[in-house]
Design a protein around this ligand. Sequence first.
Ligand SMILES: Nc1ncnc2c1ncn2[C@@H]1O[C@H](COP(=O)(O)OP(=O)(O)O)[C@@H](O)[C@H]1O
Ligand SMILES: C[C@@](O)(CCOP(=O)(O)OP(=O)(O)O)CC(=O)O
Length: 199
Amino acid sequence: MEDRVFVPDLVLVFSGKRKSGKDYVTAQILDRLGPDVCCVLRLSGPLKQQYAQEHGLDLDQLLGPGLYKEQYRADMIHWGEVRRQQDPGLFCRLATRGAWQPIWVVSDARRLSDLQWFWKEFPQQTQSVRVQSSEETRKQRGWRFTAGVDDAESECGLDCGVEFDWIITNDADAPLLEEQLHPILKLAKEATLSSISDS
Ligand SMILES: Nc1ncnc2c1ncn2[C@@H]1O[C@H](COP(=O)(O)OP(=O)(O)O)[C@@H](O)[C@H]1O
Ligand SMILES: C[C@@](O)(CCOP(=O)(O)OP(=O)(O)O)CC(=O)O
């Protein structure tokens, strides 16, 4: 474990397939809790930054939701895997560096090694959240199966073997997101309150 000065009260580590709604759901949580209390951290942020720099690419477009990033996704996955083999916690460390809010929402865990890093660093605080949507819904949001991406560890690494603390079903016919997020938001509020009363 690293020597830490700052330890968050709660770390919600989200995973889910492409277009399941990870960004959408985590943005809703940020919206409810506010930026003084909560931050959304993306493991893909430092990865894309480094990748863009090395390959002379447009970082803003790589970070955006458009088609640009899809042209590079397979190669970025491979590039990131090589980096992770050398140092499995690299992107987790970089993404969390400097985060000061008491609630961290990590939007994009993809591999067991990502979750393991948070469990090890923040055993008391980490809660895993899976966002799931049907293939039909994901298709309506623009997803198309891509060999080398949708059958790779980046998309399938957390498909089995993890008992998630929370599962959010993000389909039109599922219970309202508002209702599904309620217990998680309650937990976040309780975590900050109990740390205020401890201090
Ligand atoms: N519950 C929802 N209601 C409306 N739009 C949604 C919902 N969930 C996801 N979307 C939309 O679907 C698209 C894909 O969602 P996104 O959060 O980017 O997925 P992911 O981050 O898992 O790839 C985005 O345009 C997003 O706004
Ligand atoms: C190379 C990646 O980090 C690219 C991730 O890009 P996004 O996080 O933008 O992906 P989605 O939100 O699922 O569409 C994947 C990886 O294997 O690390």
